[in-house]
Design a protein around this ligand. Sequence first.
Ligand code: SF4
Length: 482
Amino acid sequence: MANSLGSPYTAAAASASDPKTAAPASFVPPPGRHVKPPAPPSSRWHTHLPEGRFWSQIPAWRDIDEATFLDFRWQGRNSITRPEALLAALQGLASPEFIADAAAGFAHSPMSVRVTPYLLSLVDWSNPYRDPVRRQFIPLASQLKHDHPELVLDSLHEQDDAPVPGLTHRYPDKALFLALDTCPVYCRFCTRSYAVGQDTDMVDKVAINADSSRWEQVFEYIATRPELEDIVLSGGDVYNLPAKHIRQLGERLLSLPNIRRIRYATKGPAVMPQKLLTDHEWVQALVDVVKLGRSLRKDVVLHTHFNHPAEITWITREALGRLAEEGVFIRNQSVLQRGVNDDVDTMRLLCKRLGWVGVHPYYVYIHDLVKGVEDLRTTLAAGIDIEKAVRGATAGFNSPVFVVDTLGGGGKRDAHSYDYYDRETGIAVFSSPNVDPKRQFFFYDPIRELSPEVQRRWADPIERDKMKAHASAKALELKGKR
Ligand code: SF4
């Protein structure tokens, strides 16, 4: 079973005699030359991926052979889509207390349930309370925290900036095209819980269906805006689009003379890599669009979403290797989450392991304010500190930039580029000159991380407004001095 860093190896097990990790013994440096000492074996943990039939730890899948487990249709058919079914699957794996805790957690969740057998197989069921994969997909009532008082559904104002349904045009040359509203899994932390998945007891969702007539309105708008060069095709998740739609959307966008870059955004490789090995039609459609883009001197890439090194297994390596052979370039965007990846060792290992399987770490998002998942949020300071420690561990192009998607539609800002950040009140103020040079955009740390005195101030609406007004004035003052 994997350890907490997602490696099947421990420091003791990875001995210097391991041929994969031992330094060459015969090299003799010229006199007077400095030679960097060999790195410890632990520096190679990122190359050790879970191998074999790791899914056999789940009683229901103990006898499932490799060919079956690699079949994307089997993964889809056996994905769990109701809380009751998930809780039933956990019988015998987790304690009755844990199952009751999870049942109560689902009752308060704004997200639908959908978990693949692959994901459930990655959880360390000997300690599900602390497991980083479990934390992202299965809520526990005992760990839930109150939402932040400044939280609103669609806190990034994606719908306000949508000239046609499902197209957010906020940045000068780039737009976000939400092609559908379903995903191969549903993540607790999803920023788009206002639209993604089915209605829940907590939220009635906005519908963004995979609908050709809606897509047509999107294409018409893009064609009328020559400044738009870059389209992110997302959702939901494009993994759920059939091959013919992957092809149709890609070819249509590439046919527009203004469009120079397309990104297909999918969490699929992290939660069901099997599709890339066994859904040949889907992969071929993607590869064909990438090749068409290249012939037109346009850029078509895949953006994916791994959050923890334990999500990368031998199946991931084989799946992404297939895309690499076809020349598909892949970038990763992670979300910083408390108890999942908010420590330096985990984030370093994630970046190195992504690089090892051919994925470029691109962004780490400071967790947005999202309904029902305050327990997963970290402070802005945590992200800034982790970024400092990660930078330099590997090449710059393999090191992610930590960003904040500011509240109210300010867009992404480098985490450390705030105009003012008061770690005591947990209020950060950003400007976003390319979105709206006159406005200030805010971000708020989780209240539980603040002192008892400041928590009391946050509970009082008058004090809350005073703290925000103070932060706003300080930000203006400091900007004026620059
Ligand atoms: S796959 Fe992406 S869009 Fe879908 S629930 Fe997860 S984070 Fe949200």
